[in-house]
Design a protein around this ligand. Structure first.
Ligand code: BTN
Length: 324
């Protein structure tokens, strides 16, 4: 067994939330008690809330249900009307976007990972990926995306928000372009990478990351974060059901692009728009503009109203902040 397989086996044993003695864990894993202790310390270091008592043993205080491709496929059966991508679940990768970029699968493929060591966010940011969150990427090919990936990325945010609401996470909204928000705290985000020509055949990898709980403040410099546990008001959602809902959401977004993009935005964007009517500032290439958020145009561009003027922003490198 590799080191990460041993950690996964240890988590599987602790996953019942009961207390286990060091001796019992050592014998189940075929390692020494000292090795169990070291491994638990490492898992605690990577964010697992494991209680360790010298005489009583170990208990994982908030075990999460592991992801499984079979369980996600089972949940997908409740959604109709698509052929599903191949579903894979890995224990740990550097970045699911990076893996799918290099693997370049020929058909639609969704890869989830329990952990990412080098998760990537928009605009070159790091995406913190502690255990429990959902980290997945969908590889999808298009005949063409004549207006580029921005509209697709907005539609992915919209469909993901609607899917989470449908599962019971009321109040999820989207901050343009595709931050999933609960109030002013970020729940998740989407990163799209594209190869080929946007005006011809191209392949995209759509990465979606959803926090399980708020990240420690120093992990995200200037933003409040929240997680699934809060979004479902303390009820622990079934992670495989949420993963399946996200697969369905991303597939829906891909199938609607490019032909039905404007129709979908016109129908539903206003119901998820976290910024509508709010004073905002837009940061793009060192420039700052202030105004009032006024929805999106038919391609998903951000509309900033300043008096009678409306300025449009389409680039994926634009950042929008609500003003107090
Ligand atoms: C953002 O900055 O808001 C986008 C975050 C996207 C994170 C996801 S997690 C799964 C996939 N793999 C990555 O490395 N990034 C995306």
């Amino acid at each position: 067994m590799s080191s990460s397989e041993k950690s996964d086996a240890l988590l599987a044993l602790l996953g019942d939330g009961a207390r286990h003695s060091g001796a019992a864990l050592a014998s189940a894993l075929g390692i020494s008690r000292a090795a169990v202790w070291k491994r638990v310390e490492r898992l605690r270091g990577s964010g697992h809330d494991i209680d360790a008592r010298p005489s009583l043993g170990y208990r994982w205080n908030s075990p999460v249900e592991p992801l499984s491709a079979a369980a996600i496929q089972r949940h997908l059966r409740r959604y109709k009307g698509h052929e599903w991508p191949e579903i894979h679940v890995d224990a740990a990768v550097d970045s699911t976007n990076r893996v799918l970029r290099d693997r370049a699968p020929s058909g639609p493929t969704m890869l989830f990972a329990e952990r990412q060591s080098a998760g990537r966010g928009r605009m070159g940011r790091v995406w913190q990926s502690p255990p429990g969150g959902l980290y997945g990427s969908l590889s999808w090919s298009f005949h063409d995306l004549p207006r580029g990936p921005v509209g697709l990325s907005i539609l992915c945010g919209l469909e993901a928000a609607l899917a989470l609401r449908h599962l019971g996470a009321a109040g999820i909204a989207v901050k343009w372009p595709n931050d999933l928000m609960l109030g002013d705290a970020k729940l998740g985000g989407i990163l799209i990478e594209l190869w080929g020509e946007a005006a011809g055949p191209c392949r995209v990898v759509i990465g979606i990351g959803i926090n399980w709980s708020a990240l420690p403040e120093d992990a995200v410099a200037d933003r409040r974060t929240t997680g699934l546990a809060q979004a479902f008001r303390g009820e622990r959602p079934d992670r495989n059901a949420v993963a399946a809902a996200l697969v369905d959401a991303l597939v829906k977004a891909c199938r609607a692009c490019p032909d039905r993009l404007s129709e979908r935005l016109a129908a539903d964007w206003s119901s998820v728009d976290a910024l509508a009517g709010r004073p905002v500032k837009v940061l793009v290439a060192g420039r700052e503009r202030q105004g009032v958020a006024a929805g999106v145009d038919e391609d998903g561009g951000f509309r900033l109203r300043d008096g009678a003027d409306v300025e449009l922003f389409h680039s994926g490198e634009v950042s929008v902040r609500a003003l107090p």
